[in-house]
Design a binder for this molecule. Structure first.
Ligand SMILES: Cc1cc2nc3c(=O)[nH]c(=O)nc-3n(C[C@H](O)[C@H](O)[C@H](O)COP(=O)(O)O)c2cc1C
Length: 270
């Protein structure tokens, strides 16, 4: 995905908008979003992905019940789609759709991820037996002055060498900005289930999921959150010319705290 604006600017501008104007997104912006969707063909584990821009018909808009979309006001346009099931499908979906959220932000649109939505409005997305639709994202014009909610402190999220030693921005060095941008990622209920442990003297960052809510865990929204965090981290790493890859490693940090699960690692090449 190519962004004209700087990625930190887009990440800082994004917030979860819950009151939208009753105004359709213009065709030129819809076209750009569709073109961006078309770039998202494969997930992190090679899963087949089909993302779409869905504009609800006037008839659908008339029958929306506030509970259909988590009380969001004037939801009209969505980014949503299917992904092939895999061990990383929820993370992949979060990772790819967040790239589109930042593209929408660049186009001057406001967004809100929704893990709770009425699937009846998304019948256009035909799911094969091996496909899922983990969450949707509403896109439109903000009718509120947005601000992002607070975030946990660095020391509660980022560690070095083991889970006992908190990592400071000074120790993170070149990776301070990618971690800062990760910290600004949206997450279901703002629970911020991401935990990252850096290896000592190596730019290897192990990403873990902390299970914080039983209902979100059941819907795998914490896993979607990890994918979103990976998107922010990777884009900010690239902005800082920090090359690397995502790898599922056999051996990472031990011991790991309770309710914490290893997901993936960023293996920096420098
Ligand atoms: C995977 C995911 C699912 C979410 N589901 C909902 C939802 O169903 N309803 C809602 O109002 N907000 C939802 N949100 C938005 C979060 O509540 C929001 O990101 C969080 O409170 C942080 O606020 P911010 O995005 O403004 O920084 C979701 C966010 C994510 C990442």
């Amino acid at each position: 995905m190519y962004y004209k604006k700087s990625i930190d600017e887009l990440i800082k501008k994004r917030f979860s908008c819950r009151i939208f104007l009753e105004k359709r997104v213009e065709p030129t912006k819809i076209k750009e979003l569709k073109a961006a969707c078309a770039l998202c063909k494969e997930g992190l584990a090679g899963e087949k992905v089909k993302l779409q821009v869905i504009e609800l018909a006037d008839e659908d808009l008339r029958k929306i019940d506030p509970d259909d979309f988590s009380l969001i006001i004037n939801p009209m346009t969505f980014i949503a789609g299917s992904i092939q099931k895999s061990k990383l499908a929820y993370e992949s979906y979060g990772y790819l759709v967040e790239h589109l959220v930042l593209k929408a932000t660049e186009l001057g649109l406001a967004t809100c991820w929704l893990g709770y939505f009425n699937p009846d409005y998304f019948k256009k997305i035909q799911l094969a037996a091996d496909e899922i639709l983990p969450a949707v994202c509403v896109v439109g014009y903000a009718a509120e002055k947005g601000f992002s909610s607070g975030r946990k402190k660095w020391g509660d999220l980022f560690f070095i060498k083991d889970f006992k030693t908190s990592m400071s921005a000074i120790v993170a060095g070149n990776y301070a900005e990618p971690l800062d941008m990760l910290r600004l990622a949206p997450s279901a209920g703002n629970l911020q289930p991401w935990r990252v442990v850096k290896e000592k003297n190596k730019n290897v960052f192990h990403f873990y999921k902390k299970r914080l809510d039983r209902e979100y865990e059941k819907r795998k929204l914490h896993n979607v959150d990890i994918g979103i965090a990976m998107c922010h981290f990777e884009l900010a790493a690239k902005k800082n010319d920090l090359e690397g890859n995502w790898e599922k490693l056999k051996q990472t940090i031990t011991p790991i705290p309770e309710r914490t699960e290893y997901i993936i690692s960023w293996v920096g090449t420098m």
